[in-house]
Design a protein around this ligand. Structure first.
Ligand SMILES: Cc1ncc(COP(=O)(O)O)c(C=O)c1O
Length: 372
C-alpha cells in the first residue's frame, strides 16, 4: 500500500516535539492567538522573507482578508485562473467582487501571463496568481502588468510554502501572499490554519483587526470584522514543523527528481519545473488521456493517487452564474481532464517511487500493445 500522503509517518518522526508543544499550550491555556501564534507569525514571515505575518484560521480566510485589506469589494473585478482549488474563487466572491478568469499555461499549470491584459477592464482591482502544485507563477510579467495598470497582486501561495521565484521566496513578491496550513499541505497544522504575509504595515494592521472582530483593542470595533483567529495549538504545532520544513521540502524535491529520472525515456508526461522556479512539489501531477483507467489500475495495486482538480472552477455548478461556457479556457479544461497526482510526501522512499513508476510505465506499455 502506497498512500497519496502519509501524515502518520511524519507524526512518528516529530511525535515528542509536537506532543511537548501541545502540552505547553494546554498549560498556558492560550488557545486562540497567544504567544505561540505570535512567535509562529514572526518565524514564518522570516521564512518567507517578508516583514509581517498574520495568522488566520484558514488559507481561504487569508485570501479573503487580503482582498478586503486592499479595499476590494462590490463592483470590483479580480483576475485569477479557473484551474485552481475552488477557495481562490470563493474568497473573491466573499468580498462581493467578481472573479474574472484567464487560462493557464499548459506547461506550468499557472496563469498564462499573455492572457492577462485582455481581461483587464476599468473595474479590475487585483490579480491573484496561484502557485499551483508548488511552482511559482511567472511573477515578473505579472508584477509589470499590475504596475502598469495600478493593480494589487495577491499571491495564492497555499500550495507553495518555501517555493522560490528567481531566488526569492514566494509570499512577498506581490503585495500580499496567502498560505494554507491544511493538514496535507507542505506545512500542515493539526487542524486548520492560514497566514497572510506582507511587507506592508497598513495591510498588516487592517488584517490583524479583521481577523479578530475588527478591533485593535478589546470591544473597540472599528471595522466590521470576523472570527478568523489562528488557534494556539496550531501555532505551537506549526512552529515545531517549520523547523523541519526545509529538510522535508528537499526530500520532496528529491523524490520528484527521482520520479523524473525513472520516467525518463518512457511515454509518461511528467511535470515541468521552470528554470526560474524552486518547485516545492506539493503535488507531482502527470498527464494521461486514460486517467480513470490508470487510477483504478494503480488503486488495484495499492497505489493511491489524486486529481487536483477534476473540474475547472468556471465549469462548476456553484459558479455557473459567472456565465462562462465549456471551451472558453481550453488549457484549464484539458488539464482538468488529464492530471493525475502521484504519491508525494517527504517520507516517500526510493522503493515506493520505483513501485509507482514501474506500475505507471506498465500502463503506458499496455496502450502500445493494444494498438499493435
Ligand atoms: C490553491 C489553494 N487556494 C486556497 C486554498 C484554501 O486553503 P484552506 O483549505 O486552508 O482554506 C487551498 C487549499 O485548500 C489551495 O490549495
Amino acid at each position: 500500500m502506497i498512500p497519496f500522503v502519509d501524515l502518520k509517518a511524519q507524526y512518528s518522526e516529530i511525535k515528542n516535539e509536537v506532543n511537548a508543544a501541545i502540552q505547553g499550550v494546554l498549560e498556558t491555556c492560550q488557545f486562540t492567538l497567544g504567544s505561540e501564534v505570535a512567535a509562529f507569525e514572526q518565524e514564518f514571515a522570516a521564512y518567507c522573507q517578508a516583514h509581517y505575518g498574520i495568522g488566520v484560521n484558514t488559507g481561504t480566510s487569508a485570501l479573503h482578508l487580503a482582498l478586503l485589506a486592499a479595499g476590494i469589494g462590490p463592483n470590483d473585478e479580480v483576475i485569477t485562473v479557473p484551474f485552481t482549488f475552488v477557495a481562490t474563487v470563493a474568497a473573491i466572491y466573499y468580498t462581493g467582487a467578481k472573479p474574472v478568469f484567464v487560462d493557464i499555461d499548459p506547461h506550468t499549470f499557472t496563469m498564462d501571463v499573455k492572457a492577462i491584459e485582455a481581461a483587464i477592464t476599468d473595474k479590475t482591482k487585483a490579480i491573484i496568481p496561484v502557485h499551483l502544485y508548488g511552482q511559482p507563477a511567472d511573477m515578473d510579467p505579472i508584477l509589470a502588468i499590475a504596475k502598469r495598470h495600478g493593480l494589487i497582486v495577491v499571491e495564492d501561495a497555499c500550495q507553495a510554502h518555501g517555493a522560490e521565484y528567481k531566488g526569492k521566496r514566494v509570499g512577498a513578491l506581490g503585495d500580499m501572499g496567502c498560505f494554507s496550513f491544511y493538514p496535507g499541505k507542505n506545512l500542515g497544522a493539526y487542524g486548520e490554519g492560514g497566514m497572510v504575509v506582507t511587507n506592508n504595515t497598513e495591510y498588516t494592521r487592517t488584517i490583524r483587526m479583521l481577523r479578530d472582530w475588527g478591533a485593535e483593542q478589546k470591544y473597540q470595533h472599528v471595522l466590521k470584522g470576523y472570527n478568523f483567529r489562528l488557534e494556539g495549538i496550531q501555532g505551537a504545532v506549526l512552529r515545531v514543523k517549520l523547523r523541519h520544513l526545509e529538510v522535508w521540502t528537499e526530500a520532496r524535491r528529491s523524490a520528484a527528481s527521482y520520479y523524473d529520472e525513472l520516467f525518463s525515456g518512457s511515454k509518461v508526461v511528467t511535470p515541468e519545473a521552470m528554470s526560474y522556479a524552486r518547485h516545492v512539489y506539493h503535488i507531482y501531477a502527470i498527464r494521461t488521456k486514460r486517467r480513470s483507467e490508470w487510477q483504478q489500475a494503480l488503486q488495484a495495486k495499492g497505489i493511491q493517487t489524486g486529481i487536483h482538480y477534476p473540474i475547472p472552477v468556471h465549469l462548476l455548478p456553484a459558479y455557473a452564474d459567472l456565465g462562462y461556457k465549456q471551451g472558453e479556457f481550453p488549457h484549464s479544461e484539458q488539464a482538468a481532464n488529464e492530471v493525475l497526482s502521484l504519491p508525494m510526501f517527504a517520507e516517500l522512499s526510493r522503493a515506493q517511487c520505483q513501485a509507482v513508476t514501474e506500475a505507471v510505465i506498465m500502463l503506458t506499455n499496455q496502450r502500445v500493445a493494444e494498438h499493435v
